[in-house]
Design a binder for this molecule. Structure first.
Ligand code: NDP
Ligand code: 8X3
Length: 249
């Protein structure tokens, strides 16, 4: 049975992916900072698959390595890595952006993804087998007003994904990115620092993607035969044409 490690499994896309992977019977290592949210999910998945929880902040380099190295032997061979943890922090013009927000986005979306990957890739190489999916964004393909550093972090994910695919070529490891457009999750609440009204407005007047839509695509990607690697996939809701163009009624 395959083992998958999902970062950012306490909410949104990561949580929906955990649920859909549980239907496949995968062993799951679920990561996030909020232990209580992970425990709720573990309860929900009980009986469907084996779950191991790893609560850590992807910014904490030492913890990332010690927690991943310390997984019980049943979970030690990680077949699938879903690098999903991340968020936007703020939506401000560059001249008004907060340095704390910039640090958070670069440290979590870029450096955190690298730390987790470095903790897992060597064993994938040893086993000549593995599948890494980085959750990028349409923001990694184009830049929108006030998206500056978030878009920069997701462009970095796009470049790192391509780099991983090149460097791991011939080692039996599949590497790809899934780049969603607007998905209704806790994303905008985090971006607007808990301002629920402002967050809700982002998704008013059209039907955005749901976490389950992305999870379903991730399931498709990881269940292809081993010679098939979906390298780069962009998905938007029907109302969205680009980062800046969304048809609202
Ligand atoms: P959510 O806010 O719902 O989920 C974000 C997840 O990331 C949470 O589980 C959170 O867990 C985890 N996370 C955030 N910061 C850290 C950290 N420092 N350490 C460990 N885990 C962390 O948002 P989404 O599900 O929408 O976002 C998931 C991914 O999808 C992100 O990479 C995002 O950029 C990307 N994406 C989202 C889109 C959208 O419109 N929603 C569109 C395109 C891409 P916890 O708080 O418990 O640590
Ligand atoms: C999230 C999508 O357009 O809100 O990556 O930046 S967007």
């Amino acid at each position: 049975m395959k083992t998958a490690l999902i970062t950012g499994a306490s909410s949104g896309i990561g949580k929906a992916t955990a649920k859909i992977f549980a239907e496949e019977g995968f062993n799951l290592i679920l990561c996030g900072r909020r232990q209580e949210k992970l425990e709720e999910l573990q309860q929900e998945l009980q009986g469907k698959c084996s779950v191991h929880l790893l609560a850590f902040d992807v910014r904490e380099k030492k913890e990332v390595f010690s927690k991943i190295e310390g997984v019980p032997s049943k979970f030690a061979n990680i077949d699938i890595l879903i690098n999903n943890a991340g968020n936007a922090h703020g939506l401000d013009p560059i001249q008004k952006g907060s340095i704390e927000d910039w640090d958070a986005m670069i440290d979590i979306n870029v450096k955190g993804l690298l730390y987790v990957s470095k903790a897992i890739i060597p064993k994938m190489i040893e086993r000549a087998s593995g599948h890494i999916i980085n959750i990028g964004s349409t923001a990694g393909k184009e830049v929108y007003p006030n998206g500056n550093v978030y878009c920069g972090s997701k462009h970095a994910v796009d470049a790192i994904t391509q780099g991983m695919r090149i460097d791991l070529n011939g080692k039996g490891i599949r590497v790809g990115a899934i780049n969603p457009g607007m998905v209704e999750t806790e994303f905008s609440e985090v971006r607007f620092k808990g301002d629920t009204e402002k967050a809700k407005k982002v998704y008013e007047g059209f039907k955005p993607l749901q976490s389950e839509d992305i999870a379903d695509i991730i399931r498709f990607v990881v269940t292809r035969p081993s010679h098939v690697n979906i390298a780069d996939l962009m998905v938007m809701c029907t109302a969205q044409a680009s980062s800046a163009i969304v048809y609202k009624k």
